[in-house]
Design a protein around this ligand. Structure first.
Ligand SMILES: [Fe+2]
Length: 310
């Protein structure tokens, strides 16, 4: 069955959390004969990129690059301008790192694909962002099951040039290491999902995208901002951590932050009492609204493929 285009990347987190996760065929095929280190990294295998791979990058890059001005937030667009990342070829990670490290002391590291949670969190906590090195096949431009270099790099790395967001992501990694011991990963995964992957930002010029799952998807870039179907709700940390999410459709609810400082401040306290509190309350459906919500838009559900989990 072909799933809706939506968030072309079902992410790292969701898939990695499934204990029975099976490495998809494409990941195995692309990595055949390539070893990785104990921390799951490998040197970016530049010689494995074909001309077709670079063309696929070019096509995706040009499409999103044209679509995002006026839709992606300024910090994302500024980060992209500063990084040595263009349309003509898949970027060389080491060239990106020279600029990225200078700006925020982050580095990207090449990985085969999805990696175990504890490894993922440890990398983030040490300001290393794991990036899948390979790119999707040309017949799967709009849908793939797992992250590839376009999602991981184009979607995530420009914002790592922003000092506040860069600190937020490191704090998230540190929180993840801790959450594992507290059995709280599902709650923390929701926070990642609704911010790092599918977050929207309020600006004086209107809503803007900062989530990587949106900026790397043509269709969700349009839907997240323009559709009347989804709810758009002001960010509230505990509310977000109670909210289930869908990996097989567009989001039914987007959470909107005022600025990155709000995110960083909300996630600064120790989460241990939050997890305790949340464990006593039922989770909320992906499309559900509650009385305490700051509702920016009540979705009319008109484009939803189903009304499950509302
Ligand atoms: Fe992602």
């Amino acid at each position: 069955m072909t799933m809706p285009v939506s968030s072309q990347q079902k992410t790292i987190h969701e898939a990695a959390l499934a204990t029975s996760y099976v490495v998809p065929d494409v990941t195995s095929r692309k990595n055949q004969g390539l070893a990785h280190a104990e921390d799951y990294t490998l040197p970016q295998p530049l010689d494995r990129y074909s001309d077709q791979d670079h063309q696929t990058w070019e096509q995706l890059y040009q499409r999103q690059h044209a679509l995002l001005p006026g839709r992606a937030c300024d910090a994302f667009l500024a980060g992209m301008d500063l990084l040595p990342m263009g349309a003509n070829r898949i970027p060389v990670f080491e060239e990106l790192n020279e600029v990225l490290h200078q700006a925020t002391r982050w580095r990207i590291v090449a990985v085969h694909g999805l990696i175990p949670d504890e490894v993922f969190f440890t990398h983030l906590s040490q300001r290393r962002f794991p990036v899948t090195w390979w790119i999707r096949e040309p017949d799967k431009l709009d849908y793939l099951q797992e992250p590839d270099v376009f999602h991981d790099l184009f979607g995530h790395v420009p914002l790592l040039m922003n000092p506040v967001f860069a600190d937020y992501l490191q704090a998230y990694g540190l929180g993840g290491v801790k959450a594992q011991h507290l059995g709280a990963l599902p709650m923390l995964a929701r926070l990642y999902w609704y911010t790092v992957e599918f977050g929207l930002l309020k600006t004086s010029a209107g809503l803007r995208i900062y989530g990587a799952g949106i900026v790397s998807s043509r269709t969700e870039s349009l839907y997240s901002l323009e559709s009347l179907s989804p709810n758009r709700v002001g960010f509230d940390l505990l509310r977000v951590m109670r909210t289930r999410y869908r990996i097989d459709t567009f989001q039914k609810t987007y959470f909107v932050i005022d600025d990155f400082q709000q995110l960083f401040a909300a996630t600064a306290p120790d989460f241990t009492p939050y997890y305790e509190d949340l464990s006593k309350r039922p989770a909320l459906g992906a499309g559900e609204l509650i009385a305490s919500d700051e509702v920016l838009q009540r979705g009319d559900q008109s484009d939803w493929s189903d009304t499950a989990d509302i």
